[in-house]
Design a protein around this ligand. Structure first.
Ligand SMILES: Nc1ncnc2c1ncn2[C@@H]1O[C@H](COP(=O)(O)OP(=O)(O)OP(=O)(O)O)[C@@H](O)[C@H]1O
Length: 261
């Protein structure tokens, strides 16, 4: 029997699936029984206290760590068989720790993101160079293309790393704490950029953050994590039970602070 069209559609749009994932670094369980679905078009925030396993979860989803139990499926394929890594962009935590003398220009750093898509012996052609320039323009860093990466501020370097990921034309972009060390105005611009990528370029975005207030105002879906999942769903569902979920997540009542920008 054929599946109804809407069911077929939803499966096709399921990009990342975590089934009963558990993981430990040493004796203590770091993540326990995580069930997670990421659909095409999601703008998903992952929040939780320090050490709650947010980065570990991203690393498991990207195959950088192997689960002790459970499975990750990417585009419906078990991770071990998945080969289409250019569909995924990843900007790790603290990507922006360049020494001022680091000998690469902004354009070269972004070009590295395009080379990843071309394979080991691929050469960049004029279409690739155009995509590199467009990626720089998207993050508003085109005027800095010939500067050394180490001469930029943390926020500017962060945008260059987003451009590097964009140059690979990913369908899904994972960002781990991208606004650490970025001032409030840059953070506002940054979230605006992510919103545009999500709504205008139909890019699926997954962002890990400490900043509950900023994230919940921007994303459409949310994961609340503290070694296990405390919530996974639409932001509207989270907001309806916000204080209850946050008390459980942090183990004490949490006052949300709204930034006035
Ligand atoms: N390589 C490692 N070896 C051993 N323990 C680790 C390792 N990386 C992380 N941990 C521990 O695993 C737990 C989860 O860490 P993880 O970095 O995933 O949390 P997080 O929620 O991303 O934290 P933060 O918000 O502080 O970045 C923490 O207790 C951390 O100390």
């Amino acid at each position: 029997m054929q599946a109804p069209p809407d069911l077929w559609q939803s499966d096709k749009n399921l990009l990342v699936e975590a089934r009963n994932l558990s993981f430990r670094y040493g004796h203590q369980e770091t993540l326990s029984d995580i069930q997670l679905n990421i659909y095409r078009g999601d703008f998903l925030g992952i929040i939780g206290p320090n050490g709650s396993g947010k980065s570990t979860l991203l690393r498991l989803l990207l195959g950088l760590l192997s689960p002790e139990q459970g499975q990750v499926l990417l585009w419906g394929e078990p991770l071990a068989q998945f080969r289409q890594w250019s569909r995924i962009g990843y900007v790790p935590q603290k990507a922006t720790a360049f020494n001022a003398a680091f000998p690469a220009t902004v354009r070269e750093v972004v070009a590295a993101g395009r080379l990843g898509r071309k394979g080991l012996f691929g050469r960049l052609n004029s279409a690739d160079r155009e995509i590199i320039d467009q990626s720089l323009a998207t993050v508003g860093m085109d005027a800095f293309a010939d500067r050394l990466i180490g001469h930029l501020s943390g926020g500017q370097q962060q945008r260059v790393f987003i451009a590097q990921a964009l140059a690979g034309e990913p369908e899904i972009l994972f960002l781990d704490e991208p606004t650490v060390g970025v001032d409030a105005e840059q953070e506002e611009q940054f979230y605006g950029l992510l919103e545009r990528l999500n709504s205008e370029s139909a890019m699926t975005i997954v962002i890990v953050s400490h900043d509950i207030g900023a994230v919940t105002e921007r994303v459409n879906k949310l994961v609340c994590l503290n070694r296990r999942l405390f919530f996974h769903g639409e932001v509207s569902g989270f907001k309806a039970r916000q204080s209850e979920i946050l008390s459980l997540l942090y183990g004490h009542p949490v006052q949300m602070i709204r930034h006035g920008h």
